[in-house]
Design a protein around this ligand. Structure first.
Ligand SMILES: Cc1cc2nc3c(=O)[nH]c(=O)nc-3n(C[C@H](O)[C@H](O)[C@H](O)COP(=O)(O)OP(=O)(O)OC[C@H]3O[C@@H](n4cnc5c(N)ncnc54)[C@H](O)[C@@H]3O)c2cc1C
Length: 426
């Protein structure tokens, strides 16, 4: 038996499906499980869902469409989100711009609507953390939640770990791996009242390089192209700071928040002094929280590889398509574009990558599913995580309805249910 962080004699709630973490994957998982009739509880540390889109402030909703042709590759809940935000029409097969920024406030509102529409079967607990797990013999028996009411226990029939960090899986004792050193943490920030010009990018870059050379700026990723005017023609969104650290270590997270704010303030101050287009610019906000690219990944019944992506390998148990390039950020150097700009054709992501080896009632979706580091560099992106969550939620509801272990599900039944919900598998 594995018992971590567990306290006895706490109030207990029984649910069919517990979704731990409400990032893109958790949002898709909770919605799908509840729509398919399972009594579902979604718990999220923040006061809203969205993870990177809302909690970290990175607006790019990647993984919906093939980057070359713009052909939509995922369908299902990610495309429904675009429709609800008036960014895609029903029946549309292509997106004009596959790199699609979402307005975080609009997303929060639409996500609230989509989730509360399922209130007959879905309970939401924001400001709530998963804090412990009791597990034995490949089953998660009880999960401890911590919030302003204190500690409570949930007894789920199926648990979906969408914490991004595989918290439930790791604490339960499921097999996990980490690639060291982990990709850097990043604090996003938005700067308003910037004048656009043809020379803006090069002037900004000069300042960034000088600050780094003088030791006033840590590692950085300079990606300030004009498409970073994501929300308004005078407002820039920056994904520029880079802090080494482990996103599962509270001390590293704290240090990264402080270093990120120091770097953001140093950059805006220097740009205001040296770049005329920034004369009246101001820092709107940072974060809200530092972004975590990678920590733990489960070791599943199958581990997705870069080769699978490069060859668009087909799998009998495919439950969604990935489509993004392999995007890995280094911790040993500052710089500009350092991702692999090669664009894959839509590739299959198998159900077995959501199943931790040896576990019967636990699914893991999003950036901590089972993939090599390089493969996860593609499969971790937002819309792909949301579609992966949808697959996990649908599978969990089917398992509950048929009283089976998630690993005993019939793949054709699962795939047909996903197709019925608009997911593209073929
Ligand atoms: C700096 C940065 C830039 C990126 N750029 C892009 C980009 O341009 N385009 C793109 O598509 N993708 C980008 N990504 C990748 C992508 O955003 C993530 O990989 C994706 O959002 C993963 O979704 P997720 O739901 O698996 O995890 P997350 O978004 O991390 O969501 C996990 C959620 O679980 C919650 N949580 C965690 N632990 C607990 C707990 N114990 N209890 C309760 N709740 C918990 C968190 O609050 C969070 O809401 C970027 C990531 C980072 C960090």
């Amino acid at each position: 038996m594995t018992t971590t962080h567990f306290v006895a004699d706490l109030p207990v709630t029984d649910v069919d499906v517990l979704v731990a973490g409400g990032g893109c994957a958790g949002f898709g998982a909770a919605l799908a499980a509840a729509r398919d009739g399972a009594r579902t509880l979604l718990v999220e540390q923040a006061g809203f869902v969205g993870g990177i889109l809302t909690r970290v402030g990175n607006p790019w909703f990647d993984g919906v469409a093939h980057l070359g042709s713009g052909r939509i590759a995922v369908g299902g809940i990610p495309v429904e989100v675009l429709q609800r935000l008036d960014l895609a029409a029903v029946g549309q097969t292509h997106l004009e711009h596959p790199f699609l920024p979402l307005d975080p406030e609009a997303f929060k509102h639409v996500a609230d609507e989509m989730l509360t529409e399922q209130s007959d079967s879905l309970d939401l607990l924001f400001h709530t953390s998963v804090a412990g797990v009791r597990a034995a013999d490949g089953r998660v028996d009880e999960v401890v939640l911590a919030n302003k009411a204190g500690l409570t226990v949930v007894r789920p029939k199926v648990t979906i770990d969408t914490t991004g960090d595989g918290d439930v899986a790791a604490w339960a004792g499921a097999p996990i791996e980490r690639s060291m050193p982990m990709q850097p943490l990043t604090l996003h920030f938005r700067v308003g009242n910037v004048e656009d010009s043809d020379t803006l990018t090069s002037r900004m870059r000069e300042v960034v390089e000088d600050l780094h050379d003088s030791g006033d700026l840590g590692l950085y990723f300079f990606h300030a192209e004009h498409d970073d005017f994501a929300h308004a023609p005078d407002e820039l969104v920056f994904n520029i700071t880079r802090m080494p650290g482990d996103g599962t270590d509270p001390a590293d997270l704290t240090a990264a928040e402080i270093r990120g704010r120091k770097d953001a303030n140093a950059l805006v101050r220097a740009w205001r002094e040296r770049v005329p287009e920034f004369r009246a610019a101001y820092l709107i906000y940072s974060g809200p929280s530092v972004g975590v690219r990678e920590t733990r990944r489960i070791v599943g019944d199958y581990q997705l590889t870069e080769e699978d992506i490069r060859t668009s390998r087909r799998f009998d148990d495919a439950v969604l398509k990935g489509v993004f390039y392999v995007d890995i950020h280094p911790t040993d150097r500052a710089g500009t574009h350092d991702y692999d700009a090669w664009t894959p054709e839509p590739y299959d992501i198998p159900f077995r990558t959501l199943l931790p080896q040896g576990w019967d009632d636990l699914l893991v979706a999003g950036r901590c599913h089972s993939a090599t580091r390089r493969a996860a560099g593609s499969s971790r992106v937002t819309a792909t995580a949301m579609a992966m969550g949808q697959a996990a939620g649908t599978a969990a509801a089917l398992a509950v309805a048929s009283d089976r272990r998630v690993r005993d599900l019939d793949m054709t039944t699962l795939q047909n249910a996903l197709r019925g919900a608009g997911v593209i598998l073929d």
